[in-house]
Design a protein around this ligand. Structure first.
Ligand code: NAP
Length: 261
């Protein structure tokens, strides 16, 4: 691989991923955008190209398909894209009791949130080690920090991402690679805004816009902060959650999510 300074962003067509693409372009990084087919990636690339003097490559692909992470890597090799920022942002969450979800929905969350993020990290790691400095940003969730009844699978996939990030940080200590996990409470992306509106006051009060989350994430990534809870209210909840007994915290979040599902 030869062309450097690329930020590979998954789920770049909408919400937080799109705003992370804007943040990276503002900071002069070339972009390698990945998202679902027919998600408007081409138009986004054209729009960004008009506003920022960076090179933009994109690949429309469904990351839940078994060969997709390898295809994302192969496209980078073929197009000589040297990635030094990997942003595992694409993620989906479906609400409800486990028994009320479908096999397809459960599989989709695991394949996208866990499998795709892990395999992309694995595939790009050795190339990223060749860069002067490289960064991995994993967009997890506040839900990673406590078991979430009625959002159990989603929250568990995000806990996986938190633990993966923390463990890899130790494995990669002393190398050029810095890892950050981000734990937003609620994000008012187009897809999630209705859910945020319907949620309990405490969840609504903690929600941030995709551009706020994107900026906070990138600032903290470059500051090499390992663990980020964006926003004041979520930070307060996180602090309170660490003071209150675990069993009580789970009962509180159970009440919040039981109302919204
Ligand atoms: N929204 C929240 O309240 C919230 C809270 C905490 C954490 N998070 C996490 O933050 C991240 C971003 O959330 P968001 O609400 O900003 O996202 P979003 O608006 O729902 O956008 C998700 C992006 O991922 C893409 N995507 C979905 N399935 C895909 C697949 N199978 N293969 C490739 N790309 C796929 C989507 O493409 P299309 O546009 O074509 O669907 C879209 O670009 C996610 O990891 C989410 O779990 C969100």
């Amino acid at each position: 691989m030869e062309l450097g300074n690329y930020a590979l962003i998954t789920g770049a067509s909408a919400g937080t991923g799109k705003q992370i693409a804007v943040e990276c372009a503002k900071r002069g990084f070339n972009l390698y955008l990945v998202s679902l087919p027919d998600s408007g990636l081409e138009q986004l690339a054209e729009e960004l190209q008009r506003n920022y003097p960076v090179d933009i490559k994109f690949l429309s692909i469904d990351l839940t398909q078994s060969e997709s992470p390898k295809k994302v890597f192969d496209y980078a090799v073929k197009n000589r894209i040297a990635v030094n920022i990997l942003v595992n942002n694409a993620g989906l969450g479906f609400d409800g009791k486990l028994e009320d979800l479908s096999l397809f929905l459960i599989d989709t969350m695991i394949l996208l949130n866990i499998r795709a993020s892990t395999l992309l990290t694995f595939l790009f790691l050795s190339e990223m080690k060749k860069q002067k400095t490289a960064y991995i940003l994993n967009i997890s969730s506040f839900g990673a920090l406590v078991p979430l009844p009625f959002k159990s699978v989603y929250a568990a996939t995000k806990t996986y991402l938190l633990f993966l990030t923390s463990a890899l940080r130790r494995e990669l200590k002393g190398t050029n690679i810095h890892l950050t996990s981000v734990h937003p409470c609620g994000i008012t992306s187009e897809r999630a805004i209705e859910n945020v509106r319907k949620s309990a006051f405490f969840a609504r009060a903690a929600a941030l816009t995709p551009s706020e989350v994107a900026k906070i994430s990138m600032d903290n990534l470059f500051a090499e902060n390992p663990f980020v809870v964006p926003g004041l209210m979520p930070k307060i909840y996180y602090y309170l959650g660490s003071c209150i007994p675990h069993g009580i915290v789970i009962k509180l979040v159970e009440r919040i999510f039981q109302k919204t599902t």
